[in-house]
Every structure is written in structure tokens, then in C-alpha cells.
Write a protein that binds this ligand. Structure first.
Ligand code: AMP
Length: 355
């Protein structure tokens, strides 16, 4: 166990690291942020920081020497860097979970291997392979890069009349995955925490609305049948166990019109669809993350309020005044400076207390 007073090393300097550092501080921990940007939302709230490239081995070794445990707030840390760190200090979740979550093909293969349903998919390594994969999967599909894709980056939707050569080059022409286009009734996610003793605590499934592939709104709880909610939660727990994960796992899923639950994506870290838990639950996802990573017992994920979380994307950050005029709204700003289109600048959670 890392006791309060210890230092948690976090790879990544964004808002997830910022909110983790704030929760860690409440429990008496310090956070040391490692990221290439000298100024970042997480570094603005922590005294300890390293500014270096994720591949800088000397900086990684110094960072490891300065902290008690290491985690990450985004997946795209080079696997080799995580191996360097893991030889020096505990890294939670471990390199295996990261390797799977970094690669959409490995992720889907892993899910299949543990009997979790996903959209149908094929690996595509060339334009010719894309044509064949479209023949097998069907003309309505999504082409995604296998690595480094997030918030819809590196994604191309394919329909009957799509020019496949153009789609292939738009995707980036690297290794890709073609998935069948799911005609979903809703998109949901479940965040589950898993402690070092294997204990799990899952938050209620929430419903996610996207705008241009970026999360716009999370509705907690999701408006789905209790039986579907139970299945979604069971899937999230199952995946966390099979990954032998210590930390947090967000599982993004599609609920199809005929009630099937298909897993779309895994994120082994705090997740945007869990921001509502800061204001609406006994234990927030960030506190739960700190507890799990430090080997403390998990807290209750129970919610005292229903909630709707709205991301403030780009210029929407100007709405901060409106949020403050609603007494049941909780405003969170990430201190990112100038807004850019689609950039996550903050969020507002509107609460409806449960009686
Ligand atoms: P991802 O980067 O995989 O999380 O995808 C971002 C968003 O694109 C998802 O939240 C969905 O709204 C949409 N999307 C991704 N994959 C599919 C799919 N196979 N079928 C339908 N919509 C998808």
C-alpha cells in the first residue's frame, strides 16, 4: 500500500490528470506529472512535474525514482517507456492492459477471446484488403486506424457509394480495422474500479451523446432497461477481471435496437463519461482511481443524485456564467487557455438529487 503522503506519478498532463491530482490531494497524496508540455492543466495544480518526451529514458528513470507508484491518464504512452518504468516502480494498471487498449485490433481480439460481443471486424493492411473486408463486413462500415485514434480521429464512415481508395488514404493508410456500422439505439459506458485485492466497484451505466465523434453529454443513469444495465455492468466487471486490472476501466458499449450489448472501446483510466461522479457519487471516479492505484480499499460508487454532464467544447466555454446561475449546476474548468474547435475546455454537471 502507498500511504497518504506518498507520491503518485502520472503520465499525461491533461484534464484527467488534473482531476486525479485534485482527488489525490484530498487524500493527502502528491502527484508528479510527466508530460512533454511545459504548461498543462495537470501541471497547473501540482508542484511536482517533469517536462520531457515520453520516449526520454533518462527522464523516465528520474521520474520513477521520484515517485512511489506510476499510472497514466491517457493510453498512447509508448509501451517501451512503460516497460522501462515497470522495471523500476509499480505501474498500475500494468503494461498488458495498456498494450491491449492501445491497439484496436488487439482490443477486439482480446474481447472475442473472453466471449465479449463486439461489432464484426476485419484487419485491413492495404487498399486491396479494404475492398475485400467491405465485401465480407458489408457496405456500411467504419474504417479506423488501429493505433493512436481517439475522439473520432483517424475514422472514416463507409457507405455503399464511398470511394474506398479515398477512404483508405483519409484514414491515414496505416494498419486499419474495418468494423460493421452498428445501428445503435444508444451508446453507454460503464466505469469499473478494481483494487489490488481484486475487489470491484462499478458505477451505474451512463448514456453518452457525441457530437462529431466527441463526447458532448453524459446522462446518468442511462435510460435503458434494468436487464440491459445489469448485463453492461457484468461485461465491465468481466473485462476488468480478465485484464487483471488494478485501477479504473471505462468500457464503451453500443446497445443495439434488438437489445444486444456490443463493446466498442476500452480505456484503462478515468474517462470523460465518469466526470459526473465527482458531484453525484459518494466516491468520484478520480478518488476511486487514486484508491485503487495506491492499494487502498475502494469507496462506494453509489450515486446520491442523477446527473447530466455537458462538456464545454471549444467556444462553449463562454457558457460558464450560465452554469453558475443554476444553483444545481457544478462547473469545472480546465484552465486550458484559448479555446479551439472541439477542444474539451471544461464541463458542467447538473444534479437532480434522488429522494
Ligand atoms: P471510437 O473512437 O471508437 O470511440 O468512436 C467514436 C464514436 O464513433 C463512437 O462513440 C460512435 O458514436 C461512433 N462509432 C465508432 N465505431 C462505430 C461503429 N462500429 N458503428 C457505429 N458507430 C461507431
Amino acid at each position: 500500500m502507498i500511504e497518504p503522503g506518498g507520491t503518485i506519478g502520472i503520465l499525461g498532463g491533461g484534464q484527467l490528470g488534473r482531476m486525479t491530482a485534485l482527488a489525490a490531494a484530498a487524500l493527502g497524496y502528491r502527484c508528479h506529472i510527466f508530460s512533454p508540455e511545459p504548461e498543462s492543466p495537470a501541471k497547473r495544480v501540482t508542484a511536482l512535474a517533469t517536462t520531457a518526451d515520453y520516449g526520454d529514458r533518462a527522464a523516465l528513470r528520474q521520474f520513477a525514482a521520484a515517485v512511489d507508484v506510476i499510472t497514466f491518464e491517457f493510453e498512447n504512452v509508448p509501451a517501451e517507456s512503460v516497460e522501462v518504468l515497470a522495471a523500476l516502480k509499480p505501474v498500475r494498471p500494468g503494461p498488458d492492459a495498456l498494450r491491449i487498449a492501445q491497439d484496436r485490433l488487439k482490443e477486439k481480439d482480446f474481447l472475442r477471446s473472453i466471449d465479449v460481443a463486439t461489432a464484426r471486424y476485419r484487419e485491413v493492411a492495404s487498399e486491396k484488403a479494404l475492398t475485400e473486408a467491405v465485401r465480407e463486413i458489408g457496405p456500411e462500415a467504419v474504417l479506423k486506424t488501429v493505433r493512436l485514434g481517439y475522439d473520432g480521429k483517424g475514422q472514416v464512415t463507409i457507405r455503399t457509394n464511398t470511394d474506398l481508395a479515398a477512404a483508405w488514404s483519409r484514414m491515414g493508410a496505416g494498419l486499419g480495422i474495418l468494423e460493421s456500422l452498428v445501428d445503435f439505439a444508444s451508446e453507454i459506458s460503464v466505469i469499473v474500479a478494481r483494487g489490488m485485492d481484486g475487489a470491484c466497484a462499478a458505477y451505474v451505466p451512463v448514456e453518452n451523446r457525441h457530437s462529431h465523434h466527441i463526447l458532448d453529454t453524459t446522462i446518468a443513469p442511462a435510460r435503458i432497461a434494468p436487464e440491459i444495465a445489469m448485463r453492461a455492468e457484468a461485461i465491465a466487471r468481466h473485462v476488468a477481471e480478465k485484464l487483471d486490472l488494478v485501477g479504473l476501466l471505462a468500457v464503451e458499449m453500443f446497445v443495439t435496437r434488438d437489445g444486444a450489448v456490443l463493446v466498442n472501446e476500452l480505456a484503462p483510466r478515468p474517462h470523460n463519461s465518469g466526470h459526473w461522479t465527482i458531484d453525484a457519487c459518494v466516491t468520484s471516479q478520480f478518488e476511486q482511481f487514486v484508491r485503487a492505484v495506491c492499494g487502498l480499499p475502494l469507496g462506494s460508487p453509489e450515486r446520491h443524485s442523477d446527473a447530466v454532464m455537458k462538456n464545454l467544447l471549444g467556444d462553449e466555454v463562454a457558457q460558464w456564467r450560465d452554469a453558475l446561475s443554476d444553483p444545481m449546476a457544478k462547473l469545472h474548468l480546465y484552465d486550458k487557455g484559448a479555446p479551439r474547435p472541439g477542444r474539451k475546455m471544461g464541463h458542467v454537471t447538473r444534479l437532480s438529487p434522488r429522494r
